[in-house]
Design a protein around this ligand. Structure first.
Ligand code: PRP
Ligand code: MG
Length: 211
């Protein structure tokens, strides 16, 4: 078997994915939640884990730096890359939504000002509805934008809804559902078919064991 490189987002996705693999006796003993190490081999030295920023996972996979990656559908939708999407891991479930104040009446505005970490998703969504927008790209704390009058609404992910609630905002419209997806490099899938398929099988069976 050839070695295989797996790109995971630092944080909860990494922790949950490794828990799934552990069910299948693929162990990364060197991994801890607060590790600062960026490259970690599994105990049998077959799988090389690289820990990266979520938004960069598709880039590592598209370029072939990683054979496989796990990343949210939100990231895939925002910046589509030329990779295979092979499996829905059903973790990190959330909604991508338009949110704002409960009294917001978007349809009455000639132009809606939207703040988002997902400018492409936001632009596509409003265009599909035939609505005019100005989109402001932010990198975090998106919920702040309507509170301080920077935007009318936001497009962001909603998981528990706590951030919206604590800031007096509500979901106005749902755009899509998101969850973590397994993606693979196209060339790597051809040259390491057996290894990639084995990893997919381990993830699928590990998932089933956990549920
Ligand atoms: C994410 C997202 C929402 C929040 C959703 O933000 O952008 O703000 O989590 O989760 P909830 O519905 O459970 O509150 P994150 O905490 O990653 O911070 P950031 O947006 O400032 O990067
Ligand atoms: Mg946030």
């Amino acid at each position: 078997m050839k070695e295989i490189t797996l790109a995971l987002a630092k944080g909860r996705v990494a922790k949950q994915t490794l828990a799934i693999l552990e069910e299948m006796s693929v162990k990364f003993s060197e991994f801890t939640e607060d590790t600062r190490k960026l490259v970690i081999w599994d105990d049998s030295k077959k799988v090389r884990l690289i820990l990266v920023k979520a938004v960069d996972v598709p880039t590592y996979v598209e370029t072939g730096a990683a054979d496989i990656g796990i990343v949210g559908k939100d990231v895939i939708m925002e910046d589509a890359k030329d990779v295979y999407e092979l499996l829905d891991l059903e973790i990190s479930r959330c909604k991508i939504a338009v949110a704002g104040f409960p009294e917001e009446e978007m349809e009455k505005r000639p132009k809606i000002i939207v703040a988002s970490k997902y400018p492409n998703i936001a632009k596509q969504y409003f265009e599909s509805k035939g609505r005019q927008t100005d989109i402001i790209k932010l990198n975090g704390s998106i919920e702040l934008a309507p509170l301080i009058g920077m935007s009318h609404v936001i497009v962001d992910i909603v998981e528990t809804g706590n951030t919206l609630r604590e800031n007096g905002l509500v979901v106005l419209e749902e755009i899509a559902e998101s969850s973590a997806r397994v993606i693979a490099n196209k060339a790597g899938y051809a040259t390491k078919t057996e290894e990639v398929q084995k990893m997919i099988k381990q993830l699928r069976e590990g998932m089933a064991k956990m549920n």
